[in-house]
Each structure stands twice: as C-alpha cells, then as structure tokens.
Ligand binder design. Structure first.
Ligand code: ZN
Length: 141
C-alpha cells in the first residue's frame, strides 16, 4: 500500500509555522539537531548536516556577523534606500535579513550585529542592528 509517510511535506509547514509563532511572540528561535548538535535555519524537519530528525527549538543568541550586504536603491518618496544582507549567526547558520539603524552604505562585511524582532503578529520578522556603532565607525575611518 501507499501508507508510507513522506517526511517533510507537512512537517516543513509545521516547522515554518512554529518559527513564525515564536516571532509573533517576539522571540527569535532557531533549530538544533539533537544528534549532531548543529544549528540551522531556515526551519526544516531533517538536519541538513547529518540527516537526523531529532530536532529541537532553541532561542537564538541573536549575535551575528555580516556575511554580505547590498543596498537596494529606492526613491526617497518610496522610503529611501534600504539594506539587504546575509548574516552569519554565531550558531553557524546564515540568514537573509537587513540591518536597520545604520545607513545601508555604511554596513560592512564582518560587522558584528544583533538581532531583534520587528513588526508584529504574522508580519513579525528579524532585523539586525550594528553593535557598538560609534566604536566601529572610529575604527573604520
Ligand atoms: Zn544533525
């Protein structure tokens, strides 16, 4: 019979929902594999490192380093330029996000950033802010 369960189809939706529910509550959670201890993001049902399916949710440290950054140009009347970046979380995974609170052109690869949850409810999302911005600027000039 065709009773064999296909892993991941419904599960990924569930994992994604779990992530969004945490965000809606103001928490940035990521997954960790109980078998090999790897953290990963985006939400999955199978560990991308070892294939394990024993996965738990843990609070992300929120500490990260800018891995790549780009400025999306937008007219001032549309809200002005904004940042799109990939950050590498201290736990290891990379995620696409943006850096707020710093002009996008000043965001540099290697900058240390911290996560916060912006928005609310279904519209909640993770953004990053540059750590110790004054010190960073002094060092860069
Ligand atoms: Zn694993």
């Amino acid at each position: 019979m065709t009773g064999q369960q296909i892993p991941g189809v419904q599960g990924v939706g569930g994992a994604d929902r779990r992530f969004k529910e945490a965000l809606a509550a103001g928490r940035f959670d990521i997954q960790r594999c109980r078998s090999c201890g790897s953290h990963f993001f985006y939400p999955r049902v199978i560990c991308p490192h070892c294939g394990g399916s024993e996965i738990e949710w843990v609070a992300a440290s929120g500490r990260a380093t800018v891995h790549s950054t780009t400025t999306v140009r937008r007219k001032a009347e549309q809200g002005g330029d904004y940042n799109v970046c990939i950050v590498e979380l201290d736990e290891g995974p990379r995620m696409m996000s943006r850096v707020d609170g710093t002009p996008s052109d000043d965001v540099r690869i290697g900058m240390r950033v911290s996560a916060s949850v912006a928005g609310a409810g279904d519209g909640a999302f993770v953004v990053f802010h540059v750590d110790g911005r004054d010190a960073q600027q002094e060092g860069a000039r």
